[in-house]
Design a protein around this ligand. Structure first.
Ligand code: HEC
Length: 169
């Protein structure tokens, strides 16, 4: 009887601890979510497949790489538009630096931004089905910057489901 009670008590404690840890994790996630859209940096995105690299001229002068989750990669390979719900695209960017070992080569310098687009046609119906997030050192940038995302993507690439990047051959 006593040992059953003890076991129950410790099980309850374990549950309470797990719930507490989950609550802390959830709070941390909300803090790192973008304004307007509530988009976060997806776990494990560094292991995702490459869609294409890109380079941006001055004043930003950056090297970039766009990666996609498995839903994104499948849609690209199948030439499927619009992208299905669950598609996530991540754009990494670095300062464009000359290689110290070989002059003509460009290499990534300091990381600048991580940008995320998440497709959820219901949740983000008013922005073409896409939620946006821009992060610097893991923290989302302000609301004013997030107000620019859809405007530019809509103006330029509405006919490609608001996505600029094409799959690099
Ligand atoms: C002035 C235009 C402009 C604005 C504003 C803009 N983008 Fe983009 N975005 C681009 C271009 C151009 C690309 C293509 C890749 C590149 O040049 O880096 C791109 C690419 C992306 C990609 C990779 C998928 C794709 O469409 O190619 C993501 C993710 C992204 N942007 C997120 C954002 C977020 C988040 C914001 C707002 C904080 C934002 N963008 C604001 C022009 C813009």
């Amino acid at each position: 009887m006593t040992s059953t009670r003890l076991a129950l008590a410790s099980a309850a404690l374990a549950l309470a601890t797990t719930a507490g840890m989950l609550a802390v994790e959830a709070t941390a996630k909300t803090e790192r979510a973008s304004p307007i859209y509530g988009v976060t940096i997806p776990d494990g995105y560094r292991q995702w497949e490459l869609i294409a690299p890109a380079q941006e001229a001055e004043p930003l002068n950056e090297l970039r790489a766009v990666l996609g989750n498995t839903t994104a990669i499948k849609a690209y390979r199948d030439g499927k538009l619009p992208f299905p719900d669950g598609t996530v695209l991540v754009k990494l960017a670095w300062k464009h630096v000359q290689s110290p070992e070989f002059e003509p080569a460009s290499v990534p310098g300091a990381a600048t931004t991580v940008q995320v687009m998440v497709k959820d046609s219901k949740k983000y119906a008013s922005t073409g089905g896409w939620g946006f997030g821009r992060f610097i050192a893991g923290q989302p940038v302000d609301m004013a910057q997030h107000e620019t995302c859809f405007t530019c993507h809509e103006a330029r690439v509405k006919g490609h489901d608001f996505v600029f990047t094409r799959y690099a051959p």
